[in-house]
Ligand binder design. Sequence first.
Ligand SMILES: [Zn+2]
Length: 202
Amino acid sequence: MLIQPVVTQMHLPAGMAGPEPMDLDVRCFIVPHASGVTIVDTGPDKSASRIADKLAEIGGGWGDVTDVILTHHHPDHTGGLADVIEHAPAATVWAGPDDTFPVSVSPAREGAVIRGLRVIATPGHTAGHLSLLAVEDDVLLIGDLAGNRDGRLVRAPEPFTADAAEAERSLQKVTLLDFARLLPSHGAPSDRQALRDLVAAR
Ligand SMILES: [Zn+2]
C-alpha cells in the first residue's frame, strides 16, 4: 500500500519566514508495512484527529502504529507527538540523536532500517535532521531538506535552517541515492530530477 500523507494547512505571518507572509502545508506520513504502520512526523499541535482519520481511511487505527519516526525537532513536525504517544503507547519513537525532544526517543542512526525505511542522516536544517528512504516504494522522504512551493522545489526558508552549508552537503548526499519519487514535508510530491536541478542551480 502507498505511503499516505496527512496534510495540515499553515499560515506564517510576514517577518517569520521572510518579508512576505507565507501559506504552506505541512505533511506527516503514514507508511504501511507488513505488520502495521509507521508514522513519520506527527504534524503541528492538534494533528492527532487528522492522523486518526487517515488511519481509519486505510482501514486501520491507533493499535496498528508500531513506530513513530521524527525527521527533526521543529514544532510543525512534532507538535502532535504527545497525543500520538497517548493514543499509541506501544509505538517506538525514533529520531536523530543530535536533535532534542521532550520525550525520550530511540536513536535513528545512519543506515539503520526501521520497518523498511532506511535512515539517511541529513544534518543542517537541524543537527539531527534525517531523511528516510523507502527502498521498496522507490521514495525518499526528505523532511525539510527541501520543500515544494507552488510546484517548485526549494530549500527550507533560511531563518529556520541551523547550518545552511551543512544542509547543502546533505542535499548533495541524497541526490546520489536511488529513488524516483520525493516526498517533502512541505508541499506536494516531487521527484529526483527536480532535486538534482535544485542542487545544480546553486
Ligand atoms: Zn523544520
